[in-house]
Design a protein around this ligand. Structure first.
Ligand SMILES: Nc1ncnc2c1ncn2[C@@H]1O[C@H](COP(=O)(O)OP(=O)(O)O)[C@@H](O)[C@H]1O
Ligand SMILES: [Mg+2]
Length: 263
């Protein structure tokens, strides 16, 4: 199963991606989490220490790796055909709960004819991870799927679009839903997050209905999750039995039940 988690900044993408990755590991799946946010922080949610997280070099900034993959010996000329299957083995870090994490760094749109080494490697790598790798893959990303390329985006089984009850985040959700459909992603859903009361859940439900976007579930606002943040702790440990976390785990169960998606 290949899942992409998207939405406006601050809505809870990293929380959802991290809790789901952990959930699937506990269900016995092999799970690779990809942090494709330009300011990556999925590591902390997965329980990797600040110290260890600060040492991770994102793929897009790993000059040595990019060089070794794309070098031809001629200045300005890059090799565009290379293998990437060793990258996970060499560069993924393992969370204390058993999730493998690969930090991509800034993933720019592959359009505009840019053939710079970082784009070439990342595109090939995403293609490999989403198309060939036989594991649960969960990608925490900033916004759309433009940088993936059609071939890869078409292999995303589920796009989860996280939105909180604000017009801006819902407007972003609508744009992402359109992009996901264009890219050929089969299933896209909204997850409403940080819901404080009935009128907030109604707001999201009305928005989704008006725009014909299916809602997968609504996650309540949860003080325990914020407290975990303030303690510098992963909510997987600090808030593990809280309403917010258990709700996202329930979403994990729902994803397993969604028809014709197999791990
Ligand atoms: N359901 C929730 N209840 C309370 N706080 C939440 C909830 N979901 C996310 N948060 C908090 O909101 C902030 C942003 O979440 P994060 O997952 O980093 O968002 P994103 O990755 O979309 O930028 C974090 O401080 C996180 O702890
Ligand atoms: Mg994030």
């Amino acid at each position: 199963m290949k899942i992409a988690v998207s939405g406006k900044g601050g809505v809870g993408k990293t929380l959802v991606a991290g809790v789901l990755a952990d959930f699937f590991v506990k269900k016995g799946f092999k799970v690779l989490a990809i942090d494709a946010d330009p300011s990556p922080n999925l590591a902390l949610t997965l329980g990797i220490s600040l110290d260890e997280a600060s040492k991770i070099v994102p793929v897009s900034e790993n000059a040595q790796l990019l060089e070794s993959k794309t070098r031809t010996g001629f200045a300005g000329v890059y090799r565009l055909s290379f293998s990437v299957d060793d990258i996970v083995e060499k560069f993924a870090v393992r969370s204390p709960y058993g999730v493998k994490l690969l930090v991509m760094g800034t993933v720019r749109s592959a359009g505009g004819g840019c053939t710079c080494p970082a784009n070439a490697v990342i595109r090939a790598l995403l293609q490999h991870l989403f198309v060939e790798l036989d594991e649960v893959v969960i990608m925490d990303m900033e916004a759309g799927v433009e940088h993936m390329g059609r071939g890869t985006a078409g292999h995303v089984d589920i796009m989860l679009i996280v939105a909180d009850p604000s017009l801006k985040s819902m407007d972003t959700a609508k744009k992402i839903y359109g992009l996901a459909a264009e890219a050929g992603i089969k299933k896209a859903f909204i997850i409403g997050n940080k819901i404080r009361n009935a009128s907030e859940s109604k707001l999201i439900q009305r928005f989704a209905a008006d725009n014909k976007i299916p809602i997968l579930d609504l996650v309540p606002h949860d003080e325990q999750i914020l407290k975990a943040d303030m303690q510098g702790e992963t909510p997987l440990k600090y808030a593990q039995d809280s309403v917010g976390i258990t709700n996202i785990q329930k979403i994990g169960e729902e994803l397993l039940n969604i028809k014709d998606v197999k791990s």
